[in-house]
Design a protein around this ligand. Sequence first.
Ligand SMILES: [Zn+2]
Length: 88
Amino acid sequence: MQTQYVRTSKRGKHHTYSRNKTVVLFRCDACQGVFKRDKGNMDPKRLDNRYYHVCGNCDAKKFAQEKGVESRRVWDMPVSSLKTLDQF
Ligand SMILES: [Zn+2]
């Protein structure tokens, strides 16, 4: 995925530049909301579909209880590191 940035130079000209960044889209298994994660920050093992992915707005432990799954199968993401679509 390509992310585009705009920066302003000293002379006031606008330059657009882009750099490639791999971002992974997840669907939260609790609220069905979609969220992105920078792939560089992730444990590759966690990309496996056998894991449930719970976004920062949802309670992973509560989700695990309701689903009756082992909590270690649920990827609990700290809110501080969560980036939603709006932030990109
Ligand atoms: Zn959620």
